[in-house]
Design a protein around this ligand. Structure first.
Ligand SMILES: NC(=O)c1ccc[n+]([C@@H]2O[C@H](COP(=O)([O-])OP(=O)(O)OC[C@H]3O[C@@H](n4cnc5c(N)ncnc54)[C@H](OP(=O)(O)O)[C@@H]3O)[C@@H](O)[C@H]2O)c1
Length: 271
C-alpha cells in the first residue's frame, strides 16, 4: 500500500484543457505524482507538445483529441481513454476563459454588452467547461463508484471583477454547479470540488495584465498587485499542490463541494 498521501501511481487523470497554460501545469503536477494523464483538447500539435514535456520530466501522458463542447466528441474520447486505461480516477475541467468581445471596454456601458458574447462565454465556461465533461465522465465514475472531479473556476466567480462580467457570472455558476454535484454524488463515491485561481498570466488574459511589450504590467495589472497581499501574479506551478491534493482520495477523502482559492490572498482582504 502506498504510504505517500499524494501518490497517484496507477491512477488515470483526465485533464480537459491540458493543452493550455494552467491545465498544462496541473497535468504536469498530476504526472509528477505518478498518474497517467490523458490530455484532452482540440489541437493535436499542442497536445503532442504537452505529452512530450511530461515525458521529458519522467511522467506518463497521452493526448486524446476532443471538443468538450460536443457531447459526441467527449463520448468518443471517453471510449478511447477507457480502452487504454480501464478507468478514470480524476477529471480536471480546465477548458475555459474569457472572450475579448465579452469584456466591457473601459468606461463603457453594461447595457451595450453583446448577447452573443455573453452566450459564448457561458457556453465555453459552463457547458464545454463543466456541464458536458461532468455528465460524460461522471457516468464512468458513477459506474466505478469512485472519482474526483476538479472544476477550474476563478476568483472572479466569488468577487465580480470590473469589465469581465460574463466571465465572472459564468464562473460563479461553475462554483454553484460544483456544490450541486458534490451533494448529488457524495454517497456514490464521487467528490466534486473547484479550484479558483487568482491572476496567473496565460495566453487569454495576457493583454489585460500586461502592456503590449508583454513584460510591463498594465494599469489593471498594477491595480491587481496593489490589492494582492503577496504583491504579484501567481505562477502556474503554484496550482499543482491543490490539484494533486484534491485528486488524491487518500489525501482529501472527506473533502467535497469546496472551492479552493489560490490567489496570493486577493480574496482575503478589502480596501
Ligand atoms: N489564467 C488565469 O489567470 C486564470 C484565472 C482564473 C481562472 N482561470 C481558468 O483556468 C482555466 C485554464 O485557463 P488558462 O489561462 O490556462 O487558459 P488557456 O491557456 O487558454 O487554456 C484553456 C484551454 O482550454 C482548452 N479548450 C477550450 N475550449 C475547449 C473545448 N471546446 N474543448 C476542449 N478544450 C478546450 C484549450 O485547448 P485547445 O485550444 O487545445 O482545444 C486551451 O488549451 C480556464 O477555465 C480559465 O477560465 C484562469
Amino acid at each position: 500500500m502506498a504510504t505517500n498521501l499524494f501518490d497517484l501511481t496507477g491512477q488515470t487523470a483526465v485533464v480537459i484543457g491540458g493543452t493550455g497554460v494552467l491545465g498544462g501545469a496541473m497535468a504536469q503536477a498530476l504526472a509528477e505524482s505518478g498518474a497517467t494523464v490523458a490530455i484532452l483538447g482540440r489541437h493535436a500539435g499542442r497536445g503532442a507538445a504537452r505529452v512530450a514535456e511530461i515525458a521529458a520530466a519522467g511522467g506518463q501522458a497521452f493526448f486524446q483529441m476532443a471538443d468538450s463542447g460536443d457531447r459526441e466528441s467527449l463520448l468518443a474520447a471517453r471510449q478511447a481513454i477507457l480502452a487504454r486505461t480501464g478507468g478514470v480516477h480524476s477529471l480536471v475541467n480546465a477548458a475555459g476563459g474569457n472572450r475579448p468581445e465579452a469584456t466591457l471596454p473601459p468606461g463603457s456601458d453594461f447595457c451595450q454588452l453583446p448577447q452573443q458574447a455573453w452566450r459564448d462565454v457561458f457556453d465555453l465556461n459552463l457547458v464545454a467547461g463543466v456541464l458536458l465533461p461532468c455528465q460524460v465522465f461522471g457516468e464512468t465514475m458513477l459506474s466505478q463508484q469512485q472519482g474526483s472531479i476538479i472544476n477550474i473556476a476563478s476568483l472572479s466567480g466569488i468577487l465580480p471583477l470590473s469589465r469581465v462580467v460574463a466571465y465572472s457570472a459564468a464562473k460563479a455558476a461553475v462554483i454553484n454547479l460544483t456544490q450541486f454535484l458534490a451533494r448529488e454524488w457524495a454517497t456514490r463515491g464521487i467528490r466534486v470540488n473547484a479550484i479558483s485561481p487568482g491572476f496567473f498570466p496565460a495566453e487569454q488574459n495576457r493583454p489585460l495584465l500586461y502592456e503590449p511589450d508583454g513584460v510591463t504590467p498594465s494599469a489593471r495589472g498594477k491595480q491587481i498587485f496593489s490589492h494582492t497581499p503577496m504583491g504579484r501574479f501567481g505562477e502556474k506551478h503554484e496550482l499543482g499542490g491543490a490539484v494533486v491534493w484534491l485528486a488524491s482520495h487518500r489525501a482529501s477523502s472527506f473533502v467535497t463541494g469546496q472551492n479552493i482559492v489560490v490567489d496570493g490572498g486577493f480574496t482575503s482582504v478589502t480596501i
